[in-house]
Design a protein around this ligand. Structure first.
Ligand code: GLC
Length: 430
C-alpha cells in the first residue's frame, strides 16, 4: 500500500517530465586541452561502466582526457575524501559524485551548473532531484541515478520451503529466514544465512535503519519541521528486532558490511534475502549460483501497515577549485545525459533520473524491475538532509553510531535512543 504523500510525490516526479528532450551529440563545452579527474565507483560492475562512459566522452572530445581515480566503496568514506580535499581548497578531483544527501553539505565548494543547461535539458529530469540539488539560486549538481532500498529474495528456496511469496512483514521475514537457513544448513551448506544487509557504521546503516523506523511509524530521525524523532517505543522495538538478527539469521560480520559485502554473500548463493539498491539486480544476473532463481520486491512492512524504501541516488558536481571547470562541466553533462543514463540502465540496472527512460523499451527489456517496482522507486522516502542542511552528515553519523551500538550489543536500545536524542538536541539546538 502506498502512503498518500508518496503517491503525490510520485505524480509530482513523473508528470512534468512527459515532454522530454534528448541531448544528442556530446557537448564538449571547450576546445582547450585539459586533463580532468573523476572519483570512480568500485561497487558492482561500475568500474567497467565508468570506463565506457569515459571512452565515449574522450572519443567525442579528444581535447579532454579523463582520469578515473579509484574511490572507496563506502559513501561515508567518499564524503570524508571530499571534505579533506575542500579543507585544502584543492582541485585534485575535478568531477565529483554527489550523494542525494550531500548538496547542502558540499554546496559552497561546487560550481553552479544551471548556466550550462538549457531549460529543455533540465525539464527531462525528475524535478524532485533538480530541487534537491538546488541550494539558494544555484544548481550545484545534476542527477544521474536514483535509488531505493528493496528486497532481493530466492524464488527457489521460497518454493522449496513452501512459502507463496516474499515476506509481507519484518516478522514474516524473520520467520522465513530462520526456516530456510535451518533447512539449508542441515542440507549441508554451513555458510548459508537468512538475511544480509548493510550493518557497518556508515551512511548505508542510516538507510537500512530508517527503513525499519519508518515502516514502524516511528518517525524520520528529524521531521521536515525539525522535530527530533528517534526516542520512542516503536523505534526501540525495531532496533531490538534487528539486534536479534545478528548471529541468528544475519552473520555477525554484517556489522561491518557495506553494499557489496552483502551482495557477495548473496551472489555466492549463500543468502535467502538481501536488502540492497537496484544496482545489485543486473550484477546478480551474472551469478552462476542464482541468476535464474531470484526476484525483487518492496521491503517488508512494519506496524504502520506500509513499507518504506530509503531514497538514494547520485548526482554529478564540479569542484569550484578545479583548474578546468569547462572541461569538467562537459564531462558532468555527458554523465547525466539521456544516452549515458540509458546505457548505464541497460548495463548495470542504474535507475535513470530522466522519466522517459522508464518508458524506453530497451531499458525495460533489460531491467524489467524498472516497470514492476516503479512505485517503490517513485515513492522512496528521503533522509532528513534538507531540514538539517550542512549538519546532515553529523546527524547521520550520530544516528548510525547509536544504531550500531545497539546491533553490536554495546548499548540497550532504550538507552541508545535516549542518548541519541540528547546528542541530536545539542547538535541541532532544540
Ligand atoms: C547508495 C545510495 C546513496 C546512499 C548510499 C549509502 O549509494 O544511492 O544515496 O547514501 O547507498 O551506502
Amino acid at each position: 500500500m502506498l502512503h498518500r504523500t508518496r503517491l503525490i510525490l510520485a505524480l509530482a516526479l513523473l508528470l512534468p517530465t512527459l515532454a522530454f528532450a534528448q541531448s544528442g551529440a556530446i557537448d564538449c563545452v571547450t576546445d582547450e586541452p585539459a586533463t580532468i579527474t573523476y572519483l570512480g565507483d568500485p561497487v558492482g560492475n561500475l568500474p567497467v561502466v565508468d570506463a565506457e562512459t569515459v571512452a565515449a566522452f574522450e572519443a567525442a572530445c579528444p581535447n579532454i582526457t579523463v582520469e578515473v581515480v579509484p574511490g572507496p566503496a563506502s559513501a561515508s568514506d567518499v564524503l570524508a575524501n571530499y571534505l579533506t580535499m575542500f579543507e585544502g581548497r584543492s582541485g585534485d578531483i575535478d568531477v565529483l559524485r554527489v550523494d542525494v544527501i550531500w548538496p547542502g553539505v558540499l554546496a559552497e565548494n561546487l560550481v553552479d551548473l544551471k548556466p550550462y543547461f538549457s531549460e529543455e535539458e533540465l525539464a527531462a529530469h525528475f524535478p524532485g532531484y533538480i530541487q534537491n540539488n538546488t541550494i539558494g539560486d544555484e544548481m550545484v549538481a545534476i542527477a544521474f541515478r536514483l535509488g531505493a532500498g528493496m528486497l532481493y529474495y530466492r524464488t527457489d528456496l521460497l518454493e522449496k520451503y513452501g512459502f507463496d511469496g516474499p515476506p509481507a512483514t519484518w516478522d514474516d521475514l524473520t520467520a522465513m529466514a530462520t526456516t530456510i537457513q535451518e533447512g539449508e544448513r542441515s542440507d549441508g551448506n554451513a555458510d548459508f544465512w537468512g538475511f544480509v544487509w548493510q550493518g557497518n557504521n556508515y551512511e548505508g546503516l542510516t538507510c537500512n535503519a530508517l527503513e525499519w523506523q519508518l515502516s514502524e511509524g516511528a518517525g524520520s530521525i528529524v521531521s521536515p519541521e525539525g522535530e527530533i524523532q528517534v526516542n520512542n517505543d516503536a523505534m526501540i522495538g525495531a532496533l531490538e528486532r534487528a539486534a536479534g538478527w545478528i548471529g541468528t539469521i544475519s552473520p555477525p560480520g554484517v556489522l561491518s558490511y557495506v553494499e557489496d559485502d552483502a551482495r557477495a554473500v548473496w551472489h555466492a548463493g549463500n543468502a535467502a534475502f538481501m536488502r540492497n539498491w537496484p544496482y545489485a539486480y543486473s550484477v546478480s544476473l551474472t551469478s552462476e549460483a542464482i541468476s535464474d532463481v531470484f526476484a525483487v520486491s518492496a521491503l517488508p512492512e512494519g506496524a504502520s501497515g506500509t513499507y518504506a524504501a530509503t531514497m538514494g541516488g547520485w548526482s554529478i558536481g564540479v569542484n569550484r577549485f578545479s583548474e578546468n571547470v569547462d572541461a569538467a562541466v562537459a564531462f558532468a553533462k555527458h554523465f547525466a545525459s539521456f544516452e549515458e543514463q540509458k546505457r548505464r540502465a541497460i548495463m548495470s540496472s542504474i535507475n535513470p533520473t530522466i522519466a522517459a527512460l522508464y518508458q524506453d523499451e530497451d531499458v525495460i527489456e533489460a531491467v524489467p524491475i524498472f516497470a514492476g517496482l516503479d512505485a517503490v522507486f517513485m515513492g522512496a522516502a528521503p533522509r532528513p538532509s534538507t531540514v538539517t542542511g550542512s549538519l546532515y552528515n553529523q546527524v547521520s553519523t550520530l544516528y548510525s553510531t547509536a544504531v550500531h551500538d545497539v546491533l553490536s550489543g554495546d548499548e540497550d536500545a532504550a538507552t541508545a535512543m535516549t542518548l541519541l536524542e540528547l546528542d541530536l538536541q545539542a547538535l541541532l539546538g532544540n
